[in-house]
Design a protein around this ligand. Structure first.
Ligand code: HEM
Ligand SMILES: [Cu+2]
Length: 549
């Protein structure tokens, strides 16, 4: 291994980093930091693509009639919107941050398997291009929703072998294989490559949460992949696993699908909880309240998440005893989750709060998450879910999770770590503008979906009864506001990356190994592998984090 010291790279002034040549970001690099940024930028581009689909959906729904796009185009829009947002935005951006920061946070020079890491990344743009190509095949993209339930997904109106649904299944399978590779890499890295002294109970919560999330990937993804392959066989070679007209069982697919896809929600949200746990102590200048319990609660969430999936099948002819069992397990998940919310509140409580953009986003996301949690508990209850299943109430609930918490949480992470990753400061004013547009837009867009759902407006429809018009107009205004909110963000990121002020090593005066190295970190991260001597989050305490040498 070549030993490049910080000075070799930075010269005399440690902050005058030579920039990573932009061409590197288009190469098969095995550096976890390059790969991290490749993931993050790719994910953001796909976020914009998914956002354009969302704008078309909201444009259609501003009037009760189906007038903007054809109904089958509308079906394709919500299918592609959900698919791109989940498989193109949330998973890849989280993998991006995990890639960049897990090795730095645990004191490693790279991931355990750098080449596997690069292969896993490059599968994402391939899957994305494949998915977009489905716009150009006869019949257009898949239209069966992001969960692709048979028998709808088994209809093949054009009769072609290459059709939107087949392409959709291939793209999802590629992204699944990429995630399995990632999971093997993260779990190995976290178990094997921690610096001396970095015991599990000295590891930052972000790392704990990536670990918990990746364990879910390991046990869940093979099940989804099996279900997808069986569906692909039904669709192409005429097997009948799920085709009711040939004796198959469509509900079986729902089990395959949700056995993974419910836990997948925690794969997405756990790293966001990790980001909260990193940001709140820094901006409150207090240690994370109940560090060990917060850490353990992540593993508990991962464990329990494996036995809740049937809450998506309450109305699929599920027997009563099963509905009762899964209602109770689902409600139980709120216990470790509640512990975390309590710990963050206690961390913030009485702290010397500073509301820089990362904190604004994290704090706003926490508020929106509490709201999402409350509607989530209502949905776990069988009688309520039977009433609102397949209505906009559900869409409202999960957007408070996926936009309000996950997407806002990811913006918090971007602002928090932007100085570290680029060596530049972002513009605070633009950051705050972005926050307020996004926070107001989220509520305007997604709150109205709750009354709409309770009144009975179904999801996945392009026309609706005129009495639903009022709330839909509000929601569309909120949607367009969210679209607009990305403009100051894009401007800020591009502008600051090129012209921003030089960032110091540790602009937030945060405690953690990643803040001990230059911004951006040198190729090999640490000149000398640090020796960790204390727990993380020692704000207000005097003990050092690493041994002096
Ligand atoms: C500007 C932001 C957004 C707007 C305006 C928006 C709007 C919508 C609407 C109106 C639907 C329901 C479509 C229908 O049932 O007819 C929907 C579905 C969905 N959205 Fe979003 N959304 C946004 C952001 C996001 C984000 C960030 C995610 C995930 C990270 C996401 C994930 C989903 C999923 C999974 C579905 C379900 C698709 C399906 O029914 O198969 N959305 N969105
Ligand atoms: Cu679920």
């Amino acid at each position: 291994m070549t030993n490049i010291s910080v000075e070799d790279i930075t010269g005399d002034a440690p902050q005058q980093e030579p920039r990573t040549d932009w061409k590197q970001y288009f190469s098969f690099s095995t550096d976890h930091k390059v790969i991290g940024i490749q993931y993050i930028v790719t994910a953001f581009i796909l976020f914009l693509v998914g956002g354009i689909f969302a704008m078309i959906i909201r444009g259609e729904l501003i009037t009760p009639e189906s007038d903007l796009v054809d109904r089958s185009v509308y079906n394709a829009m919500f299918t592609m919107h959900g698919t791109v947002m989940l498989f193109g935005w949330t998973f890849p951006i989280l993998t991006g941050f995990a890639n960049y920061f897990v090795p730095l946070m645990i004191g490693a020079r790279d991931m355990a398997f750098p080449r596997l890491n690069a292969v896993a990344f490059w599968m994402i743009p391939i899957a994305a291009i494949l998915l977009m190509a489905s716009f150009f095949v006869p019949g257009g993209p898949a239209q069966a929703g992001w969960w692709s339930y048979p028998p709808v997904s088994l209809q093949n109106p054009t009769g072609n072998l290459i059709n939107g649904e087949v392409i959709w299944l291939l793209a999802v399978a590629i992204s699944g294989v990429s995630s399995i590779m990632g999971a093997i890499n993260f779990v190995t890295t976290i178990v094997k490559m921690r610096a001396p002294g970095m015991t599990f109970f000295r590891t930052p919560i972000f790392v704990w949460n990536v670990f918990s999330a990746q364990i879910i990937q390991l046990f869940g993804l093979p099940v989804l992949t099996a279900g997808a392959v069986m569906l692909l066989l039904d669709l192409t070679v005429g097997t009948s696993f799920f085709d009711p007209t040939k004796g198959g069982d469509p509900v079986l697919f729902q089990h395959f699908f949700w056995f993974y896809s419910h836990p997948a929600v925690y794969v997405i949200i756990l790293p966001v909880f990790g980001v909260f746990s990193e940001i709140f102590p820094v901006f409150a200048r207090k240690p994370l309240f109940g560090y060990k319990i917060v850490a353990i609660s992540s593993l508990l969430i991962a464990g329990v998440s494996g036995i809740v999936w049937v809450h998506h099948l309450y109305v699929s002819g599920t027997p009563g005893w099963m509905r009762l069992f899964f209602m109770l397990t689902t409600m139980f998940v709120s216990v470790p989750t509640g512990i975390k919310v309590f710990a963050w509140t206690a961390t913030i409580w009485g702290g010397k709060l500073r509301f820089d953009t990362p904190m604004l986003f994290a704090f706003g996301a926490l508020i929106l998450f509490v709201f999402a949690g409350i509607t989530g508990i209502t949905l776990s209850s069988v009688p309520i879910d039977v009433h609102v299943n397949n209505t906009y109430y559900v869409v409202g609930h999960f957007h408070y999770v996926l936009y309000g918490t996950v997407t806002m949480g990811m913006f918090a992470a971007i602002y928090f770590w932007f100085p570290k990753m680029t060596g530049r400061m972002y513009y605070e004013g633009l950051g705050k503008l972005h926050f307020w547009l996004a926070f107001i837009g989220t509520n305007l867009n997604f709150f109205p979906m709750h009354p709409l759902g309770l009144q009975g407006m179904l999801r996945r429809v392009s026309s609706y009864a005129p009495e639903y018009e009022f709330w839909n107009i509000i929601a569309s205004i909120g949607g367009f506001l969210l679209g607009v909110s990305t403009l100051p963000f894009i401007l800020n990121m591009i502008g600051s990356w090129i012209h921003g002020e030089q960032a110091p090593k540790n602009p937030w005066r945060a405690i953690g190994l990643e803040w001990l190295v230059a911004s951006p970190p040198p190729v090999e991260n640490f000149e000398e592998i640090p020796v960790v001597v204390s727990e993380p989050y020692g704000y207000g305490k005097s003990e050092p984090l690493v041994a002096e040498h």
